[in-house]
Design a protein around this ligand. Structure first.
Ligand SMILES: CSC[C@H]1O[C@H](OP(=O)(O)O)[C@H](O)[C@@H]1O
Length: 364
């Protein structure tokens, strides 16, 4: 997507040296657009675990380059397996991370060590190109849902969407998943407006989704996470579209904490609740998301403190809880398939069911 007219992806190989990897430091957005240069697998692991880079498809793509960086140091079998395991362990919930590492290993194990670095950069590049193309396709399929809503209303009526967390282009290699249909609807002139859940505790919605939509000129309003149900009760939400970090073969959806509550409110108010995902986010080995998907527990400090810009323009963190109050920080929850209207994938839309997924992915 474009930033001030310049096209960017969320990860790219440094064009000057041909091997280091560039990402945006998402912990400094929306107030500062900082490009980080990653030169080792440790840099990549740190960027993923501290969420300088985040978003299910993107952490997979960046981890793929992390393995390429590791191979520059040691392309032997033992080191490759150890570094792959280290990168895969940086975050537990998004299946894309494990998928990308397993895909890289499958491609690299048959390759002679002396040829592995070049092969790794090529495979990581393919992962990135495929993600961008899949997300653009998700955009086209999700656009049909928004077009259908627009046709069901008087011409020009505002279509109000709600999204949770950030599943935009900065959470993927390009285009995004939940936001891709919204960008396309806006670009073709549909009157869309987005309610943006702030998404405590790290505020990916307030900081990243609002930044993305504002940069693209998409009308939006940031709201407290707890406001969505009220807006739905008053008919102010026509459609919910969220991203996901892992979907089971039965359609259960792991996503940022708070998604489940939004899905409950949507069902109670008959608001369509759609989940956008590339097939790299489907975990075909898991049936019951609530009992089988590992939920990342992050630091209590993400609850007790909040990041932002102070009156002097400096980025800072302030404490918002008493010194001695404990905090718990599950970073994801699982929305059962029964609460999901449907899934938007690169191959089209389907019900959130095993049969629905198999109509689109019969090879699985
Ligand atoms: C397009 S996947 C985005 C997905 O990933 C986010 O998690 P995090 O910010 O912790 O990486 C969130 O669950 C989004 O829906």
């Amino acid at each position: 997507m474009k930033i001030n007219g310049t096209p960017y992806r969320s990860v790219w190989v440094n064009e000057k040296d041909g091997w280091s990897v560039h990402i945006f430091d998402q912990t400094r957005l929306p107030f500062s657009l900082d490009i980080l240069r990653l030169t080792t697998q440790q840099d990549v692991a740190h960027a993923i675990s501290t969420m300088q880079v985040r978003g299910a498809p993107l952490i997979g793509a960046v981890a793929a380059y992390g393995l390429a960086l590791a191979l520059r140091q040691d392309a032997g079998d033992t080191a490759m397996e150890q570094n792959a395991a280290m990168l895969a362990a940086t975050r537990p919930t998004a299946i894309n991370l494990r998928w990308a590492i397993e895909r890289m290993l499958k491609a690299l194990r048959p390759v002679a060590p002396q040829d592995r670095v070049a092969a790794a950069y090529a495979e990581a590049g393919r992962i990135c190109d495929e993600d961008a193309a899949q997300n653009e396709a998700i955009g086209r399929h999700g656009l049909e849902l928004i077009r259908a809503l627009a046709k069901s209303r008087p011409a020009g009526t505002q279509i109000n969407l709600l999204t949770h967390c950030n599943a935009g282009w900065i959470a993927t290699v390009d285009w995004g998943t939940a936001l891709a249909p919204i960008y396309m609807a806006h670009d073709e002139g549909l009157n869309v407006h987005v309610w943006v859940d702030e998404t405590r505790p790290r505020n990916q919605g307030a900081a990243l989704t609002a930044w993305e939509l504002g940069s693209h000129g998409v009308p939006h309003t940031v709201i407290a996470d707890n406001a969505g149900g009220h807006l739905m009760q008053h008919g102010l939400v026509d459609l919910v579209i969220v991203g996901t970090d892992r979907v089971t073969r039965t359609g259960d959806v792991a996503n940022k904490i708070g998604t489940y509550l939004k899905a409950l409110a949507a069902q109670d108010n008959n608001v369509p609740f759609w989940v956008a995902l590339p097939s790299t986010t489907i975990d075909w080995t898991v049936a019951n998301g609530v009992t089988e998907i590992p939920i990342e527990e992050r630091a209590a400090s993400e609850i007790t403190h909040v990041a932002g810009r102070d009156a002097n323009g400096a980025l800072t963190r302030v404490q918002i809880t008493p010194d001695r109050s404990p905090a718990a920080n599950p970073a994801f929850d699982v929305t059962p398939a029964r609460l999901v209207t449907g899934l938007i994938t690169e191959r089209g839309c389907c019900p959130a069911t095993e049969a629905g997924l198999h109509t689109l992915f019969p090879e699985q």
